[in-house]
Design a protein around this ligand. Structure first.
Ligand code: PMP
Length: 424
């Protein structure tokens, strides 16, 4: 599967990155300002951890608080109705973004982590028995490992793992062999936050579905970079966090394919999810509200929708192509560096590059890059088992967003050369 088509390459040529950069006020700032120094112009290459926010998102949240802040769903007054309408409109926007059949298939959560935990508890837990298995992969973020591990431990089930090869690609044949009648769920990432590898979700889902095994896809690193179409992917659960798609923190989504939502038990008890309560028995509403107990993150949902509107306006194919250009441009320069080891060399990658140089500690490299204004991530990236697989304690990770430029890449490479000289 190649993520860059000819149309998308044309889109790159027309991609007005400077226009989009102007939408992100934070990109104009300097870091490490002192009384003696104007500091360094920020070069932000830590988008895998979180993205910066465009003014459109900041304005949508400010507008909500300045004009129609109210609690939702239970008020008859004008502000409550406006806030409720905006919250439900946000659900529609998220549904369109992933091409869900209905907004009723979208649950608002705190983010990817909560989405995975929700499925682990509201869906899997009551179905899992001793001797059953949950299949994940060796490239999962801790968020897509630990929730399953906890439920498996409680139920006496086993967590099985699809291995990755030296390029950081999944072993699809091993996956096929590991999917058995004991497997109760296959959970895997769409895009690896450490390797950048784009997994073939359709192929993996088809393999699992051939044996009637439901599939959860962690889309935290895919939604910012690729067009998501859950109906085409065919998966049963799909989730991502707003803060990685230019939206606010504390909000995310969980897509649950129609019928499965009806099989899920309430995740948390509380207001907003009930149809009737007595001290003897509570009955619950149907649909996503059943899983959104308490006052939800209303501003978050509104900001989330504004962020997805923003991405749609820029255009997903154009974003994919632009970031692909940055990926190939930067990778080519990194490959010239002596002692460079790029961890994750799959042919199909999103805009993420992890690397180590010689025996240098990633933390030291990252610190010197930061002194020069270049923000990257260092460490295990919440993928410790993957670090063990590649025999490294951590990596330096560069991850691109739609507002990054070749000039950002050049500044990073210059700063890296300086860091390597200082650490030599
Ligand atoms: N999965 C992947 C692949 C991620 O990159 C991340 C965030 N680094 C998560 C899950 C967890 O996302 P959040 O912290 O927003 O819940």
């Amino acid at each position: 599967m190649n993520v860059t088509t000819e149309n998308e390459i044309t889109a790159t040529a027309a991609f007005d990155v400077m226009r989009y950069r102007a939408d992100f006020p934070i990109l104009g700032r300097h870091v490490h300002i002192t009384s003696k120094s104007p500091g360094r112009q920020l070069v932000y290459l830590d988008n895998g951890a979180t993205t910066q926010k465009p003014q459109q998102v900041i304005d949508a949240i400010t507008h909500y608080y300045s004009h129609y802040n109210a609690n939702i769903h239970r008020g008859v007054h004008a502000l409550s109705q406006e806030a409720s309408a905006a919250y439900e409109a946000a659900r529609e926007t998220v549904a369109h973004f992933v091409n869900a059949a209905s907004a009723q298939e979208i649950i608002f959560t705190r983010g990817t982590t909560e989405s995975v935990n929700l499925v682990a508890h509201a869906w899997l837990r009551s179905r899992l028995n001793a001797g059953d298995e949950v299949l994940i992969t060796a490239m999962e973020h801790h968020s897509n490992i630990v929730p399953w591990q906890l439920v498996c431990e409680e139920k006496g089930a086993t967590l099985k793992v699809v291995p990755v090869n030296d390029n950081g690609e999944l072993d699809y044949e091993a996956a096929a062999a590991l999917l058995t009648s004991r497997t109760k769920l296959f959970a895997f990432t769409h895009v690896s936050n450490t390797l950048g590898t784009v997994n073939d979700v359709q192929r993996l889902t088809a393999m699992a579905h051939a044996q009637h095994i439901p599939v959860l896809v962690d889309g935290a690193q895919a939604a910012p970079h690729l067009r998501i179409n859950v109906q085409e992917l065919g998966c049963d659960f799909y989730c991502f966090s707003a803060h990685k798609t230019y939206g606010p923190t504390g909000i995310g989504m969980l897509y649950v394919r129609g019928e499965l939502m009806r099989e899920m038990q309430p995740y948390q008890g509380g207001g907003g999810i009930i149809s009737h309560v007595t001290f003897e028995k509570t009955t619950f509403v149907e649909g996503p509200l059943r899983f959104e107990a308490g006052t939800p993150n209303i501003e978050g949902a509104i900001g989330f929708a504004a962020a997805l509107d923003y991405m749609n306006a820029v255009g997903l194919p154009a974003i994919t192509a632009h970031e692909h250009d940055l990926l190939t441009y930067t990778t080519a320069q990194l490959e010239q560096i002596e002692g460079m080891r790029i961890i994750g060399t799959a042919p199909c990658k999103a805009g993420v590059i992890s690397f180590v140089v010689g025996n240098l500690h990633p933390y030291d490299v990252g610190t010197i890059l930061d002194q020069q204004g270049v923000a990257v991530r260092t460490g295990h990236h919440c993928t410790q088992p993957l670090m063990q697989r590649f025999g490294v304690p951590g990596t330096v990770r560069v991850s691109f967003g739609l507002y990054n430029t070749r000039s950002d890449a050049d500044q990073f490479i210059t700063a890296l050369h300086k860091a390597l000289k200082m650490l030599a």
